[in-house]
Design a protein around this ligand. Structure first.
Ligand code: AMP
Length: 339
C-alpha cells in the first residue's frame, strides 16, 4: 500500500495529471451546465482503400457566433476557463472539457500560462500527452481507443491561439464498431525508431496527401527520444513546404509559421503538413473546414445535401484532403537543402 501511494504521488507530481482522469472527466461532464453536446448523424464509408467517418450537424450556432469572428478578436476561452468545464487544475497544465463537443468525452489539455498554439510542443508536453493516452488506454475496451490531436499554424484548422491539445475516445456507445485508425494499422508492432535517409517515416499508400508516421511502441520513452521523434517529423514537414516552394514567398513573419496537424495514439504519431484550412469543392458548392480529425478520415459537414453526396461516395475525399495539404508523391528537390 505504502509503495503504491508513493508511486502514485510521483506520477501525479511529475506529470501534473491525476491518475483517475477518465472518472473525473465523466463526473465533470455529468455536472457541467455550460456544455453544449450535439450528436451528429454519422456514417462510415470506404473509399479507395481508406475508411472515412462522415458526421453531419446542422449548425453549432453558439459556437459559430464566436468562431466566425476574426481569430484575433476572439476572447481566449482558456485564459479563465469556465469553472464547470474544469476537470483538473495542475501547476503547469489544466484539463477542461470541450464546451461544444460532437464526440463524447472530448477534453483539452491547456497550459495555465498563455503559450502560443503555433509554438512547438515541448518534450514535457509530449510526455504528458502520451501518459494521458496510456492512462485512458487502460479503459480502451469500454471507451474505445484514445486519440490526441493538436492543430498548429494558420492553415491547420485551429480556432484558438492559446496552447491546447485535444483528446477524444473513438467509441461513442458500447457495442458500436470502432473507427479504424490508419496510423495504428501502419505501424503495427514495429518498434519505435528515429528516421533517417535509409529509414524514412512511414505512410499509408492509400492517401495522396503528405503525412509522416512513426511508431511509439516502446517500454518507456524518454523526453530526449520524444523530442527526436517529434523534431524529425517537423523536419519532414518543413522539407515538404520547401519542396513545394511554400517558403519562397514569405510576406510577413506571421506567414513563416508552419501549419500542421499532429495526431498521437499510444502506439503511433503522425504529422500532416497543411497548406489550406478551408477547401472549396466546386461540384458541391461547399467549403470543408479541415483539422487533424479530417486527416484521420473524420469529416464533419454542416449541410444535409453535402452529407448525402459524401456518404454516397460521390465526393473524392482524398482529393479534398490533398488540396488542404501537400502531395505525398512529387519530384523531390535537392536533398542538400532538406531540413
Ligand atoms: P481548435 O479549433 O482546434 O483550436 O480547438 C478549439 C477547441 O476548443 C474546440 O474543440 C472548441 O470546441 C473548444 N472550445 C471553444 N470554446 C471553448 C470554451 N469556452 N470552453 C471550452 N472549450 C472551448
Amino acid at each position: 500500500m505504502q509503495t503504491k501511494l508513493k508511486k502514485q504521488r510521483y506520477v501525479t507530481m511529475s506529470l501534473d495529471i491525476p491518475e483517475n482522469l477518465q472518472k473525473l472527466v465523466a463526473e465533470t461532464t455529468a455536472k457541467a451546465t455550460g456544455l453544449v453536446y450535439t450528436k451528429p448523424a454519422q456514417k462510415q464509408i470506404e473509399l479507395n482503400g481508406a475508411t472515412y467517418l462522415i458526421s453531419f450537424i446542422e449548425s453549432l450556432h453558439k459556437k459559430d457566433e464566436e468562431t466566425l469572428k476574426p481569430k484575433k478578436q476572439r476572447v481566449n476561452p482558456f485564459e479563465n476557463p469556465e469553472a464547470d468545464l474544469i476537470v483538473h487544475r495542475g501547476s503547469k497544465y489544466s484539463i477542461v472539457l470541450n464546451k461544444f463537443p460532437i464526440i463524447k468525452n472530448h477534453f483539452l489539455l491547456i497550459t495555465n500560462e498563455f503559450v502560443k498554439q503555433d509554438s512547438l510542443l515541448q518534450p514535457e508536453d509530449l510526455i504528458v500527452i502520451h501518459n494521458i493516452l496510456a492512462q485512458l488506454g487502460k479503459l480502451k475496451r469500454r471507451n474505445g481507443t484514445p486519440v490526441a490531436f493538436f492543430n498548429s499554424g494558420p492553415h491547420s484548422g485551429a480556432s484558438q491561439a492559446h496552447k491546447h491539445v485535444q483528446f477524444i475516445s473513438l467509441l461513442e456507445e458500447e457495442g458500436e464498431e470502432e473507427f479504424p485508425l490508419f496510423l495504428d494499422e501502419i505501424v503495427g508492432n514495429q518498434p519505435l525508431f528515429i528516421p533517417d535517409q535509409d529509414h524514412p517515416a512511414l505512410f499509408d499508400k492509400n492517401r495522396k496527401f503528405a503525412h509522416f508516421i512513426l511508431p511509439l511502441n516502446a517500454e518507456t520513452i524518454s523526453e530526449e527520444t520524444f523530442a527526436l521523434v517529434y523534431m524529425s517529423l517537423i523536419q519532414n514537414c518543413l522539407t515538404v513546404l520547401k519542396d513545394h516552394h511554400f517558403l519562397d514567398h514569405l510576406k510577413s513573419p506571421d506567414s513563416m509559421s508552419l501549419s500542421y496537424n499532429f495526431i498521437m495514439t499510444e502506439k503511433a504519431i503522425m504529422l500532416v503538413p497543411r497548406s489550406l484550412e478551408l477547401v472549396h469543392n466546386e461540384k458541391l458548392g461547399y467549403t470543408f473546414n479541415l483539422n487533424s480529425l479530417g486527416y484521420l478520415g473524420m469529416i464533419l459537414v454542416k449541410e444535409k445535401a453535402v452529407f448525402d453526396e459524401t456518404v454516397n461516395g460521390n465526393v473524392d475525399l482524398d482529393e479534398v484532403l490533398l488540396k488542404g495539404g501537400f502531395a505525398r508523391e512529387y519530384e523531390k528537390g535537392d536533398p542538400e537543402g532538406d531540413y
